[in-house]
Design a protein around this ligand. Sequence first.
Ligand SMILES: [Ca+2]
Length: 156
Amino acid sequence: MFKSTTFKSTAFKLTSLALPLVLATAAQAASEMRLALGFTAAQASGQTVGSFGLANIASRDSSGEFCLGYADRSPDHVLTLEQAFTQLTIAVDSGGADTTLLIQGPNDSTVRCNDNASRQSRDAQIQDTFAEGTYQVWVGSFEQDGRHRYSLKVTE
Ligand SMILES: [Ca+2]
């Protein structure tokens, strides 16, 4: 009886340990950035990949902007802001490809989206006020399964 209980307990622990490992290998690991006031500039790189429509997260953001493009189901970058920023610019630079951007956080209901930074640039960019907290960032390709190498630049 005692042995049986011990076995069940061990088996449960192994199962709960194995789950995060499976999820981590199934998706690209997100790059993490932690920023405090005065950081001035930070950069990460990646490649757009996936057929998950970002509109599945939100069809429009809180200011009415459409959430477009395709990416991986899991976020590409995780951005933690140690303080609130009155202005932060998060810009994708793929060198001219058609990228999109979706930022979710610090709570799941707050989503910001962009397709094109300007009429001249099809790369995405979001400039806004950000509260302290953790944000999940998806960099998408406007066309499904489009693979574009990019750098993600964050500036104050
Ligand atoms: Ca675009």
